[in-house]
Structures are given as structure tokens and as C-alpha cells.
Design a protein around this ligand. Structure first.
Ligand SMILES: *Cc1c(COP(=O)(O)O)cnc(C)c1O
Length: 386
């Protein structure tokens, strides 16, 4: 091997930019996590208990609502809200087709049927006009999904749900700490649902979720349904419920992380602004932000032509990206029987969207590298994979 060849194949010194990394946020908390783990083991309060109650109180306060009910994950939380509202067989629930499949899964799990509608071409979020196209005599609820961390237009959605006399549910799984006109999401409608899946803005070290609402009766019904239908004593099963509870350990770990959520979100907002200032190509159009909303930037999404080749070229430069989501919900085989039309904005967006790296602790320098790579890839020749 000649010295020249050896030099050319020497390892690259700059590290890759991962799409997402939990490690920088968790690193300073490792000792606290371990202490918490030991405390929970000592207390044996694995299901329910003080840690769950404490976190429910803190999360309700964070969202500015009266009640929070911890559950097993952010899909169950939507299902339990629907069931708690008495929504089930014979009912339709309006769901934006641009969402994670869990929103629609929860509707079907409750026994109702999703009615998929389109989204705004700028924000890719649900609009009141889209809701109006989906309203039927048996519509029972609207699910506003705060996708990518950006609140859906709650003023208009509130007006349309009130006029139609249907519930307005927030799927805030991607929007912990996002605000609409200065108010935190979750408490803006009939009830709100959060997921604490590890990769969310506030994540447990496993699965977890929560229901928030100002309606005491609804909170109580959700709590009963999530705990085997227990209303009074341990052996009183008033209704046929299910098992969807928040673990004591996850609740305690979430309480360790909650004090940091605002600073993690401001990190994300700062990084999003830095992207905006550093992007030097007009070949990628970032998803529009509603000036009334403050996004939690769970994801930073742009639209670009020839998306798959752009991603491959970025990958060759060591830059991780993702797609949320490559096949819209109503096109998934699982939900095909509930939609046979065409939602042009959603389908066109699905072919062009790309999610760029953004996470607390990401180096500013890395934003520069992603923007530089995007410039090279989009403005230059896109190398097509042989
Ligand atoms: C993650 C997510 C869910 C589901 O949460 P799980 O805790 O994974 O069940 C629901 N809706 C949206 C929009 C999500 O991103």
C-alpha cells in the first residue's frame, strides 16, 4: 500500500452528526437516576404510589390543568380519553392524516372509526376547514395533533368543535412545553394526551403516558378504566376497564427530568433559530410556524425535492436524518379500509419531508455542518447511488 493510499483511507477526524442523541441530556443526571432507582426498589412502590401521585401533580401544574392521570403510554392515553368520554362503536373521530399511526390506532382501540382529513400546506397541521370537510352526523370528537412540536390552531379548532358540539382532544405526544398564545398545550381542549416514550421532549426510561384535563369526572373515569375498572375497593370492578398504569419507577425518573424540560426546549428553539439563520439554500423549505404558537421543536422538518437522494448524500457525509412519516396514516395497510380518497397535500408532503438533527446538547457547530452539507447536496450535483 503506497503512503498516498494510506493517507486517503485514514479515518476522518470529524465525528458524525447523529439524527438524535439522548446521551448529552442524560449525562448529568445519571447519579440521580441511580439514586431514584434504589429508592423505588427500597419502597417496593412499583405500580402507583407516592412517586406516581407526585409526578401527576407536577405535570398537571406544568400544563396548567387541574387533573393528570398517569397511564402506560401515549397511545393508551388517547384511547382512554375517548372511552372516558363514552366514545366508541358507531362514532367517528376526526384525525389528521399527517400524524403518527398511534392517533388512529387509539381511535380504533376505543371501538370508534377514524375519519382522516388533510392538513394546512404550510404547517402540515390540522385546520378548521379540514375538520369541516370531515364532520358527519356521528362525529364524536376531533383530535388536534401538535405534530413536530407545533400546536395546531386551537382557536379555530375550538370554534369548530364547539359549533359542532363534539369533543376536542389534543394529541400532544410531540409537544411537551409548547404553547398556544402563551398557554401550554394539553389543557386547551376537552382533554390532552402526552407520551413519555424515551425519544419525546420529556421521555421516561421506558414507556409511559399521561392524560390531562380540567374535567374532574373525566379524569376519574380515565383512572378507573386504566386500573381494571376499579372505582372503590381493590375488588370492586364497576366497569370493564383494562390495565394501563404508570410505573412508580418511570414516574420517579420523569420527576428527575421534568425540572430540565424548559431548558431542553429552549435549546431546541435556539437550534431551530440557528438553522433558520444558517441555511444558505432555498432548495429546502422549512415547515411554517404559526406566529401564535411556540413550538417545542420535537422535530425540525423541511420539504425538499428528490428527498431520498438528498438523504443518501447527507448520510454519506455522516449526517443522520429521518422521515416523519414516509407513508401517511391513511395509506398504511392497517387503515386502508377507512379511507379510499386522495389527500393531495398530505401525500405530496410525505414524498418531500425530511427531519433534520435537533436535540438538547447538540453542538451549534453541528448545525453549521448540516446546513453546509445541505447547501452542497442541493445546490451541487446530487450524487446518485450506483
Ligand atoms: C409517540 C406518539 C404517540 C404514541 O405514544 P406512545 O407512548 O409511543 O404510545 C401518539 N401520537 C403521536 C403524535 C406520537 O408522536
Amino acid at each position: 500500500m503506497s503512503p498516498r493510499t494510506a493517507a486517503a483511507s485514514a479515518p476522518v477526524t470529524t465525528s458524525n452528526v447523529p439524527f438524535y442523541d439522548l446521551a448529552p441530556a442524560h449525562a448529568p443526571l445519571l447519579d440521580q437516576f441511580e439514586r431514584t432507582f434504589r429508592e423505588i426498589i427500597k419502597s417496593s412502590a412499583f405500580i402507583g404510589g407516592q412517586a406516581v401521585e407526585d409526578f401527576e401533580v407536577s405535570w398537571a401544574a406544568y400544563c396548567g390543568v387541574k387533573h393528570a392521570v398517569g397511564v402506560a403510554n401515549g397511545t393508551d392515553s388517547i384511547e382512554l380519553i375517548l372511552r372516558g368520554l363514552g366514545i366508541g362503536p358507531g362514532d367517528e373521530v376526526i384525525v389528521p392524516a399527517n400524524t403518527f399511526v398511534a392517533t388512529a390506532e387509539a381511535v380504533l382501540a376505543a371501538g370508534a372509526v377514524p375519519r382522516f382529513v388533510g392538513v394546512d400546506p404550510g404547517t402540515l397541521l390540522l385546520t378548521a376547514d379540514e375538520v369541516r370537510t370531515g364532520l358527519r352526523a356521528n362525529t364524536a370528537a376531533i383530535i388536534a395533533v401538535h405534530l413536530y412540536g407545533q400546536p395546531a390552531p386551537m382557536d379555530e379548532l375550538h370554534a369548530v368543535s364547539t359549533a359542532a358540539g363534539v369533543a376536542l382532544i389534543e394529541d400532544a405526544a410531540q409537544a411537551h412545553g409548547a404553547t398556544w398564545e402563551g398557554k401550554p398545550v394539553g389543557g386547551l381542549g376537552t382533554a390532552g394526551s402526552f407520551s413519555f416514550y424515551p425519544g419525546k421532549n420529556l421521555g421516561a426510561l421506558g414507556d409511559a403516558g399521561i392524560v390531562v384535563t380540567n374535567d374532574a369526572a373525566l379524569a376519574s373515569r380515565v383512572r378507573i378504566l386504566a386500573n381494571h375498572g376499579r372505582a372503590a375497593g381493590h375488588h370492586d370492578h364497576a366497569v370493564c376497564g383494562r390495565n394501563s398504569r404508570l410505573d412508580g419507577l418511570q414516574a420517579a425518573l420523569l420527576s428527575c427530568k421534568l425540572p430540565h424540560l424548559d431548558s431542553w426546549n429552549s435549546d431546541r428553539r435556539r437550534l431551530a433559530k440557528l438553522y433558520e439563520q444558517s441555511l444558505t439554500t432555498s432548495g429546502i423549505r422549512m415547515v411554517k410556524q404559526d406566529p401564535r404558537a411556540a413550538s417545542a421543536y420535537h422535530l425540525l422538518v423541511g420539504l425538499v425535492d428528490d428527498r431520498d437522494n438528498v438523504r443518501k448524500s447527507l448520510d454519506r457525509r455522516g449526517i443522520g436524518t429521518s422521515i416523519h412519516y414516509p407513508l401517511p396514516c391513511h395509506r398504511q395497510p392497517a387503515f386502508g379500509e377507512f379511507y379510499d380518497g386522495y389527500l393531495p397535500i398530505v401525500e405530496r408532503a410525505a414524498a418531500r419531508i425530511v427531519s433534520l438533527p435537533i436535540y438538547p446538547g447538540m453542538a451549534d457547530n453541528d448545525v453549521g455542518r448540516v446546513c453546509q452539507a445541505l447547501h452542497e447536496v442541493i445546490e451541487g450535483e446530487i450524487e446518485v447511488q450506483p
